[in-house]
Design a protein around this ligand. Structure first.
Ligand code: HEM
Length: 195
């Protein structure tokens, strides 16, 4: 469903700088969200279930953002005009991210791209990838609050593969952990020394 490669999605770019977050810090966070082998397996299954539904998931998430002026503002010009090209290009990367959250090993390269995603929500890198004339920064409070809709709205898509309730629940819990983990990582450039 997405062009290969996705424009601006630099996960495997050899020039990607390493994350300031250490593998030991990642280990700690994985333990804090109780992420284990069963979650890895559940996410792999979630990837299979979601792979044919990415556009529909993105329709729901973009519908949610579009319905809230305080969110769509971050895809808009400083004057408040939504930027269609920016929304579209980020949408493709968001789709790839869903699959990577399910299928990628959470190794040092993945960690490096987590840092890149964090920077793209903040002053140092927002707008650069798409040369967008948008506002320069997304407040951390919105990133944290977004964990809920990103988690709640995925459940019907996880259930659509016909798996039993226990498996759907395992996929949903693993997804919730993976999103919480990533937002904890993304808070690093926001928090600086307090991280
Ligand atoms: C970019 C996920 C919260 C606005 C992205 C990307 C992903 C993502 C995967 C693309 C990264 C890439 O370039 O490869 C998430 C998740 C969130 C979250 C999982 C919270 C759980 C938010 C919130 C907003 C927002 C609350 C505000 C409306 C944006 C914008 C970009 C972006 C404007 C493009 C940044 C750029 O200029 O490159 N997000 N996001 N995100 N997100 Fe978020």
């Amino acid at each position: 469903t997405f062009p290969e490669p996705v424009p601006g999605y630099t996960h495997d770019d050899p020039g990607l700088p390493p994350s300031p977050v250490t593998p030991a810090e990642l280990e700690g966070l994985l333990a804090s969200v109780l992420f284990g082998l069963a979650d890895q397996e559940a996410l792999r299954l979630a990837g299979d279930v979601l792979s044919g539904q990415i556009e529909q998931v993105l329709d729901v998430w973009y519908g949610f953002v579009g319905a809230h002026p305080h969110l769509v503002a971050y895809f808009s010009t400083p004057q408040g005009e939504p930027i269609g090209d920016y929304l579209g290009r980020v949408r493709a990367r968001f789709g790839r991210w869903i699959m990577d959250t399910c299928r990628r090993p959470y190794d040092e390269r993945w960690l490096a791209y987590q840092h890149e995603i964090a920077l793209r929500h903040t002053e140092p890198k927002k707008n650069q990838t798409d040369h967008a004339d948008s506002v320069p920064h997304i407040p951390l409070r919105h990133i944290i609050a977004f964990i809920y809709p990103i988690t709640a709205t995925i459940r019907p898509f996880l259930a659509a593969g016909g798996h039993d309730a226990e498996q759907v629940d395992a996929m949903h819990q693993a997804w919730f952990k993976a999103v919480t983990l990533q937002v904890a990582l993304w808070s690093q450039p926001y928090a600086g020394k307090a991280w």
